[in-house]
Design a protein around this ligand. Structure first.
Ligand SMILES: CCCCC/C=C\C/C=C\C=C\CC(=O)SCCNC(=O)CCNC(=O)[C@H](O)C(C)(C)COP(=O)(O)OP(=O)(O)OC[C@H]1O[C@@H](n2cnc3c(N)ncnc32)[C@H](O)[C@@H]1OP(=O)(O)O
Length: 261
């Protein structure tokens, strides 16, 4: 039986779906997870009754740990290529969605988890000091590709992105609010109610005007990836299968395990 990585609950009375990521222990984004996520987004996009999506997590304390590192370590170039296509597809479906997308960030959200959040239209994060969010790729010895970088620039601006990406910064909730990585902080118990209430404000705007405006803002980056999608895959495969990069990933995974012990 196929495993489910996300639960989708559609409320037909409001036209809002809640996608809960549910892949313990850390909602890492595996090939299967990403494939299922993209299919769910596609289905909601095709559903004329669905106007908005709230993205959140069922896993305690974690929104998403980002890309599943085990999908990039010790794998064949073919596997790495298939994995990267799935990462691209997830981003294209989320960043390019015509629906209103709100991230209710109820836990830590490094790297690919942060990418998911900043690909939404609005972010509300639980105000808990131990949670963090950011694109920390350089800390793993890897490089955030241009479309991660440009999504971040569109969210927090050029200078803050440069600073953030070079140092692989992870922000706690008040810092994330200050830099503009999230739009609002909320207590754990009120997070979903606040997300619904923000959604109502966005739903009050006529869809066609909001959708054209959103597309105008995001289309240049999306088109840039679409134009060079296969080159981006080959670039990733060449980069990630290098001995030095594989060594960095191995050391990072060992560090994660040691931290635990
Ligand atoms: C120049 C050309 C450029 C071209 C482009 C090239 C390259 C771009 C490439 C890649 C881009 C990648 C983006 C990413 O998303 S990489 C992933 C980055 N993620 C992280 O750094 C997060 C790491 N994890 C953590 O910090 C913590 O786990 C977390 C805060 C999320 C949770 O902490 P907690 O203490 O609760 O849990 P842990 O004990 O640490 O973890 C439990 C368990 O899960 C494993 N694990 C954690 N994160 C991941 C992950 N991302 N992938 C796979 N597995 C993960 C962890 O190892 C533990 O496993 P185990 O010990 O129980 O077996």
């Amino acid at each position: 039986q196929r495993r489910m990585f996300t639960n989708v609950e559609m409320d037909n009375s409001t036209g809002v779906a809640v996608i809960k990521m549910n892949s313990p222990p850390v909602n890492s984004l595996s090939l299967e997870f990403l494939t299922e996520f993209a299919i769910n987004m596609e289905k909601l996009e095709m559903d004329r009754g669905c106007r908005g999506v709230i993205l959140t997590s069922s896993v305690p304390r974690i929104f998403s740990a980002g890309l599943d590192i085990t999908e990039m370590y010790g794998k064949t170039p073919e596997h790495c290529g298939a994995f990267w296509r799935a990462v691209q597809e997830m981003w294209l479906k989320l960043y390019g969605s015509s629906m209103i997308t709100i991230a209710a960030i109820n836990g830590s959200s490094p790297a690919g988890g942060c990418l998911m959040a900043i690909s939404c239209d609005y972010r509300i994060m639980t105000d808990y000091p131990k949670y963090s969010i950011g694109l920390n790729e350089t800390k793993l010895g890897i490089v955030a590709p241009f479309w991660f970088k440009d999504t971040m620039i569109n969210c927090i601006g050029n200078r803050a992105t440069e600073h953030s990406l070079q140092l692989g910064l992870q922000y706690n909730p008040p810092e994330a609010l200050k830099v503009g990585l999230v739009d609002q902080l909320e207590t754990e118990d009120k997070l979903m109610t606040t997300a619904s209430s923000v959604m109502s404000q966005w739903l009050a705007i006529p869809d066609h005007a909001r959708q054209i405006t959103k597309s105008m803002m995001r289309k240049p980056i999306i088109d840039q990836l679409l134009r060079q999608r296969e080159a981006d895959v080959q670039n990733f495969v060449k980069f990630i299968t290098k001995d030095s990069i594989q060594k960095s990933l191995q050391m990072y995974m060992e560090m994660l395990k040691q931290k635990k012990g």
